[in-house]
Ligand binder design. Sequence first.
Ligand code: MLT
Length: 266
Amino acid sequence: ELERALAGADALIVRSETPVTADLLSRAPRLRVIARAGTGVDTIDVQAATRRGIAVMNAPGANTVSAAEHALGLLLALVRRIPWASDAMRRGEWDRKRFEGTELRGKTMGVVGLGRIGGHVAQLARAFGMHVLAHDPYLAPERAAELQVKLVPLDELLRTADVVTLHVALTEQTRHLINAGRLTLMKRSAVLINTARGELVDERALAEAIGAGRIAGAAIDVFAVEPLPADSPLRTLDRVILTPHLAASTAEAQERVATEICTAVR
Ligand code: MLT
């Protein structure tokens, strides 16, 4: 259907589910602009578009708050064991011992990528009384100081943080940024939150690390393959919360994204 519609289209607006490949572009002879109704343009072959003189744009700030709030929501759900307690209640149980959690106050959050979303996550974490470290090789030290965040090398962040949360774009440099080796640097009590892109994490290595108790858990919204395959090892692990790429799915973010991207395209 999309291929048919593209034959006469001047503009194409997509979310993360539609890969815009060179092949798809070859079916769009009139195309002048591709717009991503969201932040990442990693699903778009920007080089192929550029060769054809087609502009590529995104709505970079529109879902910042929603994405950051989802990361914090996942973190709270994980450390207070909310999904498991809720499931037990639905099964008719009343168990106040099994679901003891941990507080966030006084713990250290490590934010990987201190851009718009990472910066907002850092502010929310500070409101919970957390210490915040960040790794971001592109960030001006003044911005880190403004956010009251200490910039550190990635390995130091992984060794020190109680919570590691990812907020970087997917590029050749960041693919499998969190791999088996890096997971061994994390504390056994630490948790990993990923609301950025699935391929930032080696999912198999993550499942092994959690299964072996090398880290305490994870909450994940994004996956290397979406929808996440039914037989993914992540689906069967205790101490893992999974959501289906929902971080930007709020009424407010969707309205903002739609308005921003349509204005830009026009
Ligand atoms: C984004 O890159 O902004 C998100 O992945 C948005 C989406 O849900 O498509």
